[in-house]
Design a binder for this molecule. Structure first.
Ligand code: SF4
Ligand SMILES: [Zn+2]
Length: 182
C-alpha cells in the first residue's frame, strides 16, 4: 500500500518557537551568522525548542537553505534536500542524513507516495528515517538513498564471493566497517 503523506501547511507551531520568544530575540543574528561559535549557540537553542520537529519539516518543505533551522545549518539543510546554494537539485558528494535525529544513510529508506498537491506529478519521492520516523520530500535524496543501499548490497556480494572463493575460513569481514558515507 502506498503510504499517505501530508505536507506541513499550518504554522501554528511557530507560536511556540524558542527563537521567537522576546527573551531570545537578541539571538536572531546568530541564526544567520558565518561564525562557528554563533552557529553553535543557535543550534543549542534549537535543541531546547519544543517545536523543533515541526520547524525542520516546515523548513525542508519551504527549501530554507540559508540560516539555521531546527538545529541544521545551511549545509545540513542542503545535504538533506540534495540541492546546491542556488536551490537546484544536484547529486551531492555526501549521502543524506536524517535532518531531525542525524541518523546516517544506513538508517534511511526511500519511498514513493501519492502526491497530495496534485499537479503534474501523480507521485513523489520521500526519505524516511527508520530510527526516528521523520519523513521529508526530496526526489534526489531518495535516489541517493537507493543508490547507497544498492552500493552497499553490491559490496557485500563482492565480499561474499571473495570469501567463498578462499579456503581460509578464518577470513573475517566486518560489514559494519563499510562506510560509504564519507
Ligand atoms: S527549532 Fe530553532 S529555528 Fe526552529 S523554531 Fe525552534 S529555535 Fe527557532
Ligand atoms: Zn531520524
Amino acid at each position: 500500500m502506498i503510504p499517505f503523506w501530508e505536507p506541513s501547511k499550518d504554522v501554528e507551531w511557530m507560536r511556540d518557537a524558542e527563537c521567537a520568544k522576546p527573551s531570545n530575540r537578541h539571538m536572531m543574528d546568530l541564526f544567520f551568522s558565518d561564525e562557528l561559535e554563533d552557529k553553535h549557540q543557535a543550534k543549542n537553542l534549537c535543541f531546547q525548542c519544543p517545536v523543533r520537529k515541526d520547524c525542520v519539516k516546515w523548513a525542508l518543505e519551504n527549501a530554507m537553505i540559508w540560516g539555521i533551522w531546527g538545529g541544521n545549518d545551511e549545509h545540513e539543510m542542503r545535504r538533506a534536500l540534495s540541492v546546491n546554494a542556488d536551490g537546484a537539485e544536484i547529486r551531492r558528494d555526501r549521502f543524506p542524513k536524517c535532518p531531525y535525529c542525524q541518523a546516517r544513510t544506513s538508517s534511511l529508506k526511500a519511498m514513493v507516495v501519492d502526491n497530495p498537491d496534485g499537479g503534474r506529478w501523480l507521485t513523489m519521492r520521500l526519505v524516511e528515517c527508520i530510527d526516528c520516523g521523520f519523513t521529508w520530500r526530496s526526489r534526489t535524496s531518495a535516489n541517493a538513498v537507493n543508490a547507497y543501499h544498492a552500493l552497499k548490497a553490491d559490496k557485500k556480494e563482492q565480499i561474499k564471493k571473495l570469501s567463498d572463493s578462499t579456503e581460509d575460513s578464518q577470513l573475517a569481514f566486518d560489514f559494519g566497517d563499510l562506510d560509504l558515507e564519507q
